[in-house]
Design a protein around this ligand. Structure first.
Ligand SMILES: O=C(O)c1ccccc1NCC(=O)[C@H](O)[C@H](O)COP(=O)(O)O
Length: 232
């Protein structure tokens, strides 16, 4: 009987150009992220994002990234862009995330910026608390802590991630074609997220790097597949 193994989902974040969006989708990205944080070098105006999003074919999820935005700001972006999912990447409280997501009726990911003193117990608590707080919570995006909030290109200690929450984790922070296979095999996250690792300038993606990143993730998936067949 054919063995079916899970496929790691892939989010390419920080898109600002149609050609990069088309490359990401053609190469197999499951989700694309748009940064609505004005201080980011990957910031995109909602009107420009709306034009890109209008070009996206079915079955590719769109993620809007916010840092400490007000409910009105998020509402305005959702109204302009029809973004499908929210990613809270700042210092928002759990109540603020739940309230804003409910107000715009969108599912959301909570980005956790992992510090050196973050413990596995902390991550378990975030997951259980958010799951209890909102039916719109879809999972934790685990990223490396930086003062600029994200897009650092730096990895954090993946061994901190408890095995039992990995199926609801989007692994992020410093991923690239060079470490993605190892990251997927070690963590087995639901998805991976990348920005710097597929760029040649901030906000400007590199098609060859996107291709290499997705191939590295698929290599891990196929290794999982081969292992599953051996144990059949
Ligand atoms: O990408 C940014 O510039 C950014 C700025 C402020 C907050 C979040 C930001 N990005 C969020 C993402 O989801 C990135 O993909 C994530 O931080 C990983 O970035 P990288 O380490 O560059 O792959």
């Amino acid at each position: 009987m054919t063995t079916i193994t899970s496929r790691t989902r892939i989010k390419i974040c920080g898109l600002t150009r149609l050609e990069d969006l088309q490359d990401a989708i053609t190469l197999g990205a499951d989700a694309v992220g748009f940064v609505f944080y004005a201080k980011s070098p990957r910031y995109i105006q909602p009107a420009a994002a709306a034009q890109l999003i209008a070009q996206i074919p079915p079955f590719v999820s769109t993620v809007g990234l916010f840092v400490n935005a007000s409910a009105d700001e998020v509402h305005e972006v959702v109204a302009q862009t029809s973004i499908a999912m929210l990613q809270f990447h700042g210092d928002e409280t759990m109540e603020q995330c739940a309230s804003i997501a409910a107000a715009v009726n969108r599912p959301f990911m909570r980005a956790i910026r992992v510090k050196p003193d973050t413990s596995p117990a902390d991550l378990l608590k975030y997951d259980s608390d958010y799951r209890a707080a909102s039916r719109l919570f879809t999972g934790l995006l685990l990223d490396t802590y930086v003062d600029s909030y994200g897009g650092s290109g730096k990895v954090f200690d993946w061994s901190l991630i408890p095995e039992n929450i990995a199926p609801r984790v989007v692994l992020s922070g410093g991923l690239s074609a060079q470490n993605a296979t190892d990251a997927v095999l070690r963590v087995r996250p639901y998805a991976v997220d990348v920005s710097s690792g597929v760029e040649h300038d901030k906000g400007i993606k590199d098609k060859a790097k996107i291709h290499a990143f997705i191939a590295a993730v698929r290599l891990a998936d196929s290794a999982d597949h081969a292992h599953a067949k051996q144990t059949d």
